[in-house]
Ligand binder design. Structure first.
Ligand SMILES: C[C@](O)(CO)[C@H](O)COP(=O)(O)OP(=O)(O)OC[C@H]1O[C@@H](n2ccc(N)nc2=O)[C@H](O)[C@@H]1O
Ligand SMILES: Nc1ncnc2c1ncn2[C@@H]1O[C@H](COP(=O)(O)OP(=O)(O)OP(=O)(O)O)[C@@H](O)[C@H]1O
Length: 309
């Protein structure tokens, strides 16, 4: 096989319930993931040794400067895992085309890892019944990062544990989103740490999170307004504490008619829900004019996970 390209979506967290910190430093979550139509592409082709190249996708304004191109790149680590499982050399060149913001709370690195898992598994084993199934790749993904299994799966799914144990959720129709990206990322561990710090300072003990019934019903019935009202993210106060300017971005989206607004995951990207595609287009234009974001991007969801092109 000469080259394999995989397209992989970004995510937004519709509900991110953060429980107490565990002994291993992770938090138990109820994490409702939703894959949206903002895609990175990863091409895997045979090479003498492992090499990684990262560029912005055509027409995407993504600052890729901070993305490692060596062994630390999550896609490179994914390739190594697949090679070890299949007992082959990691002789592959990975070309990553990024449209997902870097360190933006939309799981861009995790998406590239998921794409590399799927691409390398195919490159090195193109039998009709490959040794590694999708479930195997999702399990391998969990060793790379909590968000990686979902980027393999896609759609809408409830994640528990670190967020890596997934159950697909029933949804109806398509939801229309507008994303406001920010200049400069936020570090995921720093945001979780700030969440713990704020809770401690307020004398709060983290409650054990449960799945929001209102959210699941809104998804199953395709009710965008109800979904907008049910969105919530326990990391939002921490992201706002570390990046206070996000409050203005969220307020502006709400004033301009978004039916739901929240920080995506660990931020700093803000996500706005619109009732129709036309409403999303209008909201995107107005948010752009308001100048409260680095970039405004429209997307819809749910979409499939890592897919061979
Ligand atoms: C914020 C989210 O993107 C929401 O989906 C994820 O929870 C983060 O997932 P991720 O980027 O894949 O994170 P990982 O690479 O697994 O972990 C990075 C760091 O985030 C924190 N972390 C992550 C997941 C989790 N359930 N609890 C945590 O406290 C830990 O400090 C961990 O060391
Ligand atoms: N392929 C990759 N693409 C982007 N970042 C990567 C990649 N591999 C490693 N990284 C590192 O991971 C860090 C986080 O990047 P990423 O884009 O995954 O953040 P994120 O979208 O906030 O993640 P999440 O939503 O899962 O918390 C980057 O600052 C970078 O150093």
């Amino acid at each position: 096989m000469s080259a394999v390209t995989v397209r992989v979506p970004a995510k937004v967290n519709l509900q991110l319930g953060v429980g107490p910190i565990r002994d291993d430093g992770y938090h138990d979550l109820v994490n409702v993931f939703h894959a949206v139509s903002l895609f990175d592409e990863v091409t895997a082709e045979p090479a003498e040794r492992l090499a990684v190249e990262v560029r912005a996708a055509p027409h995407a304004r993504v600052a890729v400067g901070g993305v490692p191109t060596g062994e630390d790149n999550l896609a490179a680590r994914a390739a190594r895992l697949v090679a070890a499982r299949l007992g082959v050399e990691t002789a592959v060149r990975l070309s990553i085309r990024k449209a997902i913001p870097v360190a933006g709370g939309m799981a861009g690195g995790s998406a590239d890892a998921a794409a590399a898992l799927v691409a390398c598994a195919r490159l090195w084993d193109d039998r009709e019944e490959p040794a590694l199934t999708r479930d195997d790749l999702m399990e391998l993904g969990g060793d790379l990062g909590s968000d990686v299994p979902f980027a393999v799966l896609g759609g809408t799914a409830v994640g528990v544990g670190r967020g890596e144990r997934l159950t697909p959720a029933l949804t109806r129709g398509t939801f229309h989103w507008v994303f406001a990206t920010a200049d400069g990322g936020l570090s995921t561990p720093a945001v979780y740490g700030e969440c713990d710090r704020l809770r401690l300072a307020a004398g709060e003990t983290a409650a054990w999170p449960t799945v929001s019934e209102a959210l699941m019903t809104a998804l199953a019935t395709g009710d965008a307004k109800a979904l907008g009202a049910a969105l919530f993210n326990d990391l939002e106060p921490a992201a706002l504490s570390l990046r206070p300017s996000l409050r203005r971005t969220l307020d502006t989206g709400r004033e301009l008619g978004a039916i739901g607004a929240l920080v995506s995951g660990s931020g700093p990207t803000c996500a706005f829900l619109a009732e129709t595609e036309e409403d999303a287009a209008g909201l995107a234009d107005e948010l752009d004019s308001a100048g409260v974001a680095e970039q405004i991007v429209r997307a819809h969801g749910p979409v499939p996970g890592a897919t061979l092109l």
